[in-house]
Design a protein around this ligand. Structure first.
Ligand code: HEM
Length: 267
């Protein structure tokens, strides 16, 4: 693969020039701290060359007119990361046991575990936040025409991310295993089953068999905490790679500036 040229180090990251009076042998504690930080980063960078990639990802030119609507993608990513972190803590207590254990473990987290209700609340409300943000982000990219050449593939990856986000909500809804979760999921899997061709196979896969049974909860849990988050993380990586490589779309109301040569020729 051809080596990507690393952009120059941005001015704020460069070491400042020595001030008059500096270099008299005395090093302030704060400089010791700063030098130690730089030394650690240098040590890692010398062995990995990661700083070039980090600069390539973060220090990019963005089009004129970039506005708050362009933050919706990053906001969606933040919501996903928050779900991942809170989900890990919930998984430390959750038991996917359909004969009362699942419901009991959720009750335990909510009522007895320190900050359990808070973490569970963040995960529960955070799921709605992520769904709302992903739709707003899709709306932004649609209305700004960001799905057009050369960003079609990023749109397609986005569509898969949207479906996976909905699948996260669907599979997570069953996990408390109360009456509402149970019956809503039966309705949901039955609706899936009515889809053309693949529908019946899909609902059999989700239920782990033709009937809603003892293994359905484990199946939903595995999909919810392993399969789909892994796929979302990988696809976000591909999505961001393409955003960095192709750059973002300028707002549609901006006209491209004329080439100065062309302007001179026309005058
Ligand atoms: C988990 C879900 C998603 C995450 C974390 C995510 C993240 C991002 C980020 C950080 C950007 C760059 C900044 C921005 O324009 O907002 C971006 C751009 C983009 N996203 Fe997403 N996205 C997601 C879902 C989607 C969906 C559902 C679609 C459309 C179906 C989509 C289509 C695009 C396109 C076309 C761009 C390029 C925008 C441009 O060139 O201006 N994304 N995404």
């Amino acid at each position: 693969m051809p080596k990507l040229p690393a952009p120059p180090v941005p001015a704020p990251l460069k070491a400042p020039p020595a001030r008059p009076g500096e270099g008299n042998g005395k090093v302030a504690p704060v400089d010791h701290g700063r030098n130690a930080g730089v030394a650690v980063v240098d040590w890692v960078d010398e062995r990995t060359s990661l700083s070039g990639g980090a600069r390539w990802l973060m220090f990019r030119k963005v089009p004129k007119g970039t506005n708050w609507f362009y933050t919706l993608g990053s906001a969606t990513m933040f919501a996903f990361l928050s779900q991942a972190v809170t989900g890990v803590f919930l998984a430390m207590y959750y038991r996917p046991d359909p004969s009362g254990g699942a419901y009991e473990s959720i009750r335990h987290v909510t009522n007895e575990v320190f900050l359990g209700q808070f973490v569970r609340g963040m995960h529960k409300w955070g799921s709605s936040v992520m769904v709302i943000l992903v739709f707003l982000h899709m709306g932004r990219t649609f209305f700004f025409g960001a799905y057009k050449y050369p960003r079609e593939l990023n749109w397609v990856i986005g569509v898969v991310l949207l479906i996976l986000t909905m699948l996260m909500s669907f599979t997570g809804y069953l996990l408390p295993f109360d009456q509402r979760a149970y019956w809503a999921t039966i309705v949901g899997t039955n609706i899936n089953g009515t889809g053309p061709l693949l529908g019946p196979y899909l609902s059999d896969f989700l239920r782990a068999g033709p009937e809603f049974g003892a293994t359905t909860l484990s199946r939903f849990y595995a999909i919810h905490m392993l399969l789909v988050p892994g796929a979302i993380a990988a696809l976000i990586g591909a999505h961001l790679y393409l955003v960095t490589k192709l750059g973002t779309t300028a707002p549609p109301w901006l006209k491209a500036e004329k080439d100065p040569e062309l302007r001179k020729a026309e005058a």
